[in-house]
Design a protein around this ligand. Structure first.
Ligand code: NI
Length: 400
């Protein structure tokens, strides 16, 4: 271990207790997307206590602060998300949520603690850095795309950010490991709503009506072929119709049906092809049954797409921190969840990794479950890996 790595480790260990306290504070006081008012105040106070000048109300409740070294160099950013979930916590921890029905069930409490810890640590190393390191605390990750809002409010500007990094707690991986993937890490998703229109009639006179349920049934069956016929066998995609509604009386032929569902896939080109086929099937199948149909898409997040060079740099940073050579898992396939970190990567190169946080003994629970209980030792690894990344990107002596 080199001198600098040792110094980073020592500084991280000195701050470890504080990082855990931060995490427990966030855990006790969860707030929903775009309502992170107390969280935002708390973060701003901590950063100010460290001596940072803080920018507030970024994309709503967002906060960011810059470590300005005063030396020319790259500008990079780290991002943590701030929101909790409408879940009734069942962990029984002594720092359990104090708000019934709200819980940090996705580990964002840990993300914020890691980022505060990184801000504190890097300040002690400012003399070894050049350029600017920005710490972005972002609201509304859960289904609201808060990343878009902070970007619109200038989170990647002044100076222009050249690389952005993020992490997510991962209960499936042992503590002391990370998972990463070059290229796509998560999925892009679309919601869709299908409307089928028929013509109402008494059930004794089917010949004068158009039964929207019959037309809709054929649409459902036809749509089921969309993936098998339009997406390559080695591509990752899912398609599900999850809601259907139509008909009001047992003896009235219904004149409308509404169906809703989700498409998730990795490649944008697949998404566009799936959309085109769905439009054609809905329109023409409904027509064939004497009715009409249309489909509406509600776009979700793009997919997280890790830059090759920054992924390599992150792997190297993690290898300097983690104990064994095989503690960096190369994730084979993208997962089909979504993550709004993708919006940053539409603007600048970036890399996101999964931070292993499984408990050594006892249950960790899964993300979005009421029993999620992350291993707090993971926080220290998160801080050290972020610090190592900062040294690689902005090291004054070109350390790495
Ligand atoms: Ni999350």
């Amino acid at each position: 271990m080199g001198e600098l790595e040792k110094k980073i480790r020592e500084l991280a260990e000195q701050n470890q207790e504080k990082v855990i306290q931060w995490r427990r504070h966030f855990h006790r006081c969860p707030e929903l997307s775009f309502e992170e008012f107390d969280t935002s105040d708390y973060i701003a106070r901590q950063l100010q206590d460290m001596g940072y000048e803080v920018k507030r109300n970024i994309g709503g409740t967002g906060v960011f602060a810059d470590l300005k070294t005063g030396r020319p160099g790259r500008a990079i950013a780290f991002r943590a998300d701030m929101d909790a979930l409408p879940i009734l916590e069942e962990t029984g921890l002594d720092f359990e949520s104090e708000k019934a029905g709200l819980m940090h069930g996705c580990g964002h409490d840990g993300h914020m603690a890691v980022l505060l810890g990184t801000a504190q640590l890097l300040q002690s190393l400012a003399g070894d850095l050049c350029g600017t390191v920005r710490f972005i605390f972002q609201p509304g990750e859960e289904a609201n795309g808060g990343a878009r809002c902070v970007i619109n409010d200038g989170a990647l500007k002044n100076p222009d950010i050249e690389g952005i990094f993020g992490l997510h707690m991962m209960p499936d991986l042992p503590c002391g490991t990370i998972g990463i993937r070059e290229g796509h890490l998560s999925a892009t998703d679309d919601e869709f709503v299908i409307h089928i229109h028929g013509k109402s009639a008494h059930s004794s006179e089917p010949e004068v009506g158009v039964n929207a349920i019959v037309a809709a049934s054929h649409v459902v069956t036809a749509l089921d072929s969309v993936l098998s016929n339009n997406v390559g066998p080695f591509q990752v995609a899912t398609f599900s119709i999850c809601q259907i509604q139509g008909g009001e009386a047992i003896n009235v032929i219904p004149d409308s049906v509404e169906m809703k569902g989700m498409i998730r896939c990795v490649e944008k080109s697949d998404k566009m092809q799936i959309r085109r086929r769905m439009e054609a099937i809905v329109e023409h199948t409904a027509k064939a049954f004497g009715g009409s149909g249309e489909i509406e898409f509600i776009p979700g997040f793009p997919s997280v797409n890790n830059d090759s060079a920054l992924t390599r740099l992150t792997v190297e940073a993690a290898e300097r921190v983690l104990e064994h050579e095989d503690d960096v898992y190369h994730i084979e396939r993208p997962h089909l969840g979504s993550e709004d970190f993708a919006y940053y990567q539409e603007e600048v190169s970036g890399a996101m990794f999964m931070l292993g946080c499984a408990q050594e003994t006892g249950e960790t629970g899964s993300l979005h479950s009421p029993i999620l209980n992350i291993n707090e030792d993971a926080l220290l690894y998160g801080v050290r890996i972020f610090a190592e990344i900062a040294m690689s990107m902005c090291g004054r002596y070109g350390c790495y």
